[in-house]
Design a protein around this ligand. Structure first.
Ligand code: ZN
Ligand code: ZN
Length: 583
């Protein structure tokens, strides 16, 4: 209470101070000036980061590849300094809610980049940082311009590849072994893009043969540089390799910049633990209720987690076939739309259709399903629901996927990816025309909304059965345990054995899924928090909003208002929806 009061007083004084400043040289600039400044800011950002620009759909700098030397980092540091000065000329309080969110996102992003360059310094220990292939693959595979034009840009961009990899070898000092392994895999795929995929596309183009020859020669040279880098990574001497674990301090910092949440990392971890216990209690209740229906008089296992696992295992046998996977999903989508309309959960925009398609080959087989929304610079483009093909897999592997995406969880997958999850959220986001929110947007808001959407559908009676509820809990435990795992591994030294036990025994995952998650947590950090963090923030915000609105509260109004701010961090949406005093 005291702390809150002193904060309030401080805020008041600060505010008065700002008002006085308006007379001085630090004049406030308005919303129009801010919009112009945003464009200028992005243009400068893209000039320094052409790869990033290409992957978000800004193609002016496609032909450029920046060599990752000290000079390029200095240029980036200078950029953040200049932009922080420019931002300081605006007063957040004078901007509209939406512009103020952009302002805070830009400020956070500048501080995050500074922190990466001066504190994290992962250019010295993370060899996966040196990977231009997202940009190269985009140029080759996305049809935003005629093929010859894209191929010529590709060709020009390759000119710096030898210098690029020479510099990468110079920068890497003490790499993390797990990241070395991942980098080798990625670079091997990259060499393929430069040589094979590029040559395949050239054959389909009308570029003259003599020019094609120049292009394939350069591609060979470029691929050779990549292979030299691979050899360097395979043979690097590393007696005391850096641990893949981030450690508590770096973790807290990264969490702050990336999650931009009201919670601290440790606090979120504690909340996830509580959530896990509560879910286990509810799952045990549901499993006990379902036991006689599926197991008759068979004795119930004494360990309640074993009992839950048995029921889940039995329910997972109800699933579609590899051949019918795509059509099952296609049939599911209108059922979800109709439910959302019937329950008046939010307004759907029928003018933006969702197309279900096979995952493009260059996506790889990492995820069974994913969403490809239109990019920030292509708001009227199509939305795709990508599904990998199970037809090429061994029968055992296909069966394991089908059990995981069984008749229950396949519906939850469609809710999460499409309606009212990612697809619907991104349509709303595109109606609030902010490039900044699309580019620096909050992953926790995006993932949190999809997880929140699952629960909202079930809470409103979608497929109301104990089976569905139980399966959703299993699905939901994945989000919760992602947070537990990430923090425990990076900040608390959790071992692989403990991690696998958590995921298989307490989150009911298959061994292969758990092993895959261990790999993911050893080459990434903080991102795995976004699902539970966003979910928890949205649930808390809705509770507070209910209290604020009293008997005027409507779920539909909350959902639409929440989505109207685009991909802003929930913390900032919270301030806008509740008013400053409650944050
Ligand atoms: Zn089966
Ligand atoms: Zn998602």
């Amino acid at each position: 209470m005291n702390r809150y009061l002193s904060l309030l007083i401080f805020a008041t004084l600060f505010f008065l101070g700002c008002q006085k400043d308006q007379q001085g040289p630090m004049r406030t600039k308005g919303n129009d000036a801010f919009a112009l400044y945003e464009n200028h800011f992005l243009e400068e950002l893209w000039k320094l980061n052409p790869d990033w620009a290409t992957t978000v759909g800004y193609h002016k700098y496609d032909s450029l590849l920046v060599v990752p030397d000290d000079k390029s980092r200095d240029a980036m540091e200078n950029f953040t300094k200049v932009q922080k000065d420019s931002l300081a000329r605006y007063q957040a309080g004078d901007l509209t809610d939406l512009n103020r969110m952009d302002y805070q996102l830009m400020q956070n992003q500048m501080e995050y980049i500074d922190w990466q360059l001066s504190v994290l310094k992962d250019y010295q220990w993370n060899p996966t940082r040196y990977n231009p292939f997202g940009a190269f693959a985009t140029i080759l595979n996305e049809h935003y311009a005629p093929l010859p034009k894209r191929l010529r840009n590709f060709y020009q961009k390759m000119a710096n590849i030898p210098a690029y990899y020479k510099e990468a070898q110079k920068q890497i000092k003490n790499p993390v072994p797990e990241l070395v392994t991942l980098a080798i895999q990625q670079q091997t795929g990259g060499a393929n893009i430069l040589e094979k995929d590029f040559a395949d596309s050239l054959k389909k183009s009308n570029i003259p043969a003599a020019e094609q020859k120049l292009m394939t020669d350069r591609a060979k040279l470029a691929a050779q540089s990549v292979r030299t880098y691979i050899t360097f990574l395979q043979t690097i001497k590393n007696d005391k390799p850096r641990s893949f674990r981030l450690g508590k301090q770096l973790y807290e910092d990264k969490f702050k910049y990336e999650m931009q949440t009201v919670y601290g990392a440790q606090q979120l971890f504690n909340m996830a633990n509580e959530r896990k216990k509560q879910i286990h209690r509810d799952m045990a209740k549901l499993s006990r209720q379902l036991w006689p229906k599926y197991f008759g008089k068979k004795a119930i296992p004494s360990d309640s987690l074993d009992m839950i696992a048995d029921v889940l295992d039995t329910l997972s046998a109800k699933h579609t076939t590899a051949a019918d996977l795509q059509s099952t999903i296609e049939k599911q989508l209108p059922i979800l739309s109709n439910f959302v309309r019937a329950k008046d959960l939010l307004t759907l925009d029928p003018s933006k259709p969702l197309e279900v398609r096979k995952s493009p080959a260059y996506f790889g087989n990492a995820a069974v399903a994913s969403m490809s929304p239109p990019g920030p610079y292509d708001k009227n483009g199509n939305s795709y629901f990508n599904i990998i093909s199970l037809k090429g897999l061994s029968p055992e592997k296909a069966e394991s996927y089908l059990r995981e995406y069984n008749n229950y969880t396949l519906q939850i997958l469609c809710i999460h990816e499409a309606i009212p999850g990612h697809y619907v959220q991104l349509i709303y986001a595109n109606k609030s025309p902010s490039l900044i929110k699309s580019i620096f947007g909050s992953g926790a808001m995006v993932e949190g909304w999809a997880v929140y959407g699952e629960q909202m559908m079930l809470d409103n009676g979608y497929e109301d059965s104990p089976e569905m509820k139980l399966m959703w809990y299993k699905w939901h435990l994945r989000s919760v345990c992602n947070t537990l795992l990430d923090y425990d591994v990076h900040a608390n030294n959790m071992t692989k054995e403990q991690a696998i036990k958590l995921l298989t025994h307490e989150a009911f995952q298959q061994q292969a899924e758990a092993e895959g998650k261990w790999v993911r947590v050893s080459v990434s950090s903080v991102q795995l928090d976004s699902y539970f963090d966003g979910y928890k923030e949205i649930m808390d915000l809705r509770d507070a909003y209910k209290i604020k609105m009293g008997d005027k509260y409507r779920l539909k109004e909350f959902n639409e208002k929440f989505l109207s701010y685009g991909n802003a961090p929930v913390r900032l949406i919270r301030t806008a929806m509740l008013g400053k005093q409650t944050n």
